[in-house]
Design a binder for this molecule. Structure first.
Ligand SMILES: [Cu+2]
Length: 116
């Protein structure tokens, strides 16, 4: 009986791990709902991250990046869209390149302010 309990616990644990891993594209609206205070503090604060460019839409000045975890925002690694503050930054954002970038929260999402 005890053995059965242990194995069902193991099963439950592996199930929850799987569902966490299955959702790397958690969206930031959900994150903000989890902690609205952080959202307010984020305004005007610049964050740095490392990410690989997966898509560039030059006409709308938007890029999609698969970024590494961002400690200052408690973000896990994920793929998401950013807008670009300056058109000149697009020359540094090419699909397939990994960049070191800075971004800020704005009303409509997140905007990249600098690319190193
Ligand atoms: Cu993100």
């Amino acid at each position: 009986m005890k053995k059965l309990l242990v194995s069902s616990l193991t099963l439950i644990l592996s199930f929850s791990t799987t569902s966490i891993l299955a959702e790397p594209k958690m969206n930031h609206a959900d994150m903000n709902n989890m902690d609205p205070k952080v959202d307010t503090l984020d305004q005007q604060i610049s964050h740095s991250a490392i990410g690989t460019v997966t898509k560039v839409d030059a006409s709308s000045k938007k890029v999609t990046l698969a970024h590494e975890p961002v400690e200052s925002l408690s973000w896990p690694a994920m793929t998401m869209g950013f807008s670009v503050k300056d058109e000149a930054l697009l020359t540094k954002l090419k699909v397939g390149e990994t960049v070191d970038f800075e971004f800020m929260k704005v009303e409509q999402g997140y905007v990249i302010t600098e690319v190193k």
